[in-house]
Design a protein around this ligand. Structure first.
Ligand code: IP8
Length: 246
């Protein structure tokens, strides 16, 4: 089974509030639909926020650790993410991909120490019944902190562990993890060797840049690939485009 993250900056115009990158989303949906039409593995999709969610989260001062107890603030962030989720589902459904939503706010929470608890029974049942579950970065209840942001990357890691994913794909705006000369690093198997070339994301992003992603992915059992939209079809075809993190 495959866990695929569609980066928020891939499917939205990240620097213009609540603006979809319609062409990019169509291309992503085309690649997913083509893969589903073949002899496809089970697929779980997670998408990030991009310009839906991050702006709302920073307006309300909400991050993965700083929470809010204002339900209106939580709903503002959640609402932006569910709007984007509807767009993603819509593009997939138009292509006969049997995509269904899973909203983390209604299913997941964080313990007092910030650990994410994401039940996956519904996702497993959806997969067994032939659906493609589509999750998204969100706000979730956080013991002792109100509600905090959960990033798509955290969801990818939790799903990959719980569902024993075979492959993880991160479809990003860059063709892979880049070194200091902007060349794609083919393979990363420990963090120290790449730590100083990994910068933080420039646009408003409350959940961290590439360095955080690489660290999270290194901790997982399954191999992960970081690639751009041009390589999504080849990843879904079983190839290893971009950077392999294992
Ligand atoms: O774009 C965060 O998801 P990400 C979503 O995967 C929110 O970091 C609510 C800011």
């Amino acid at each position: 089974m495959i866990v695929l993250k569609l980066g928020g900056s891939v499917i939205t115009e990240k620097n213009r509030a609540e603006t979809l990158d319609g062409d990019a989303l169509e291309r992503a949906a085309d690649a997913i639909a083509a893969a589903r039409a073949g002899d496809a593995a089970d697929l779980v999709v997670v998408h990030g926020g991009g310009s839906f969610g991050h702006h709302n989260a920073s307006e309300h001062g909400v991050t993965t650790t700083e929470g809010t107890r204002d339900a209106n603030a939580a709903l503002d962030i959640h609402g932006a993410m569910t709007t984007l989720n509807r767009f993603v589902l819509g593009r997939l459904l138009e292509r006969d991909v049997q995509a269904v939503p899973v909203h983390p706010f209604s299913t997941a929470h964080r313990d007092g120490d910030g650990t994410l608890d994401l039940p996956t029974g519904q996702v497993e049942t959806m997969l067994a019944e032939g659906f493609v579950p589509v999750l998204h970065g969100d706000v979730i209840a956080h013991a002792g902190a109100g509600a905090t942001v959960v990033s798509g990357d955290e969801l990818v890691a939790a799903l990959a562990r719980a569902l024993e994913a075979d492959r993880i794909g991160l479809c990003s705006t860059v063709p892979g993890v880049l070194d200091d000369e902007d060349a794609v690093i083919d393979r990363i198997d420990d963090f120290e060797t790449v730590a100083d070339v990994l910068g933080a994301s420039e646009a408003t992003d409350v959940t961290g840049g590439m360095a955080g992603k690489v660290q999270t992915l290194l901790d997982l059992e399954a191999a992960a690939s970081v690639f751009d939209l041009a390589s999504l079809a080849s990843f879904l075809d079983g190839e290893n485009p971009g950077t392999t993190i294992d």
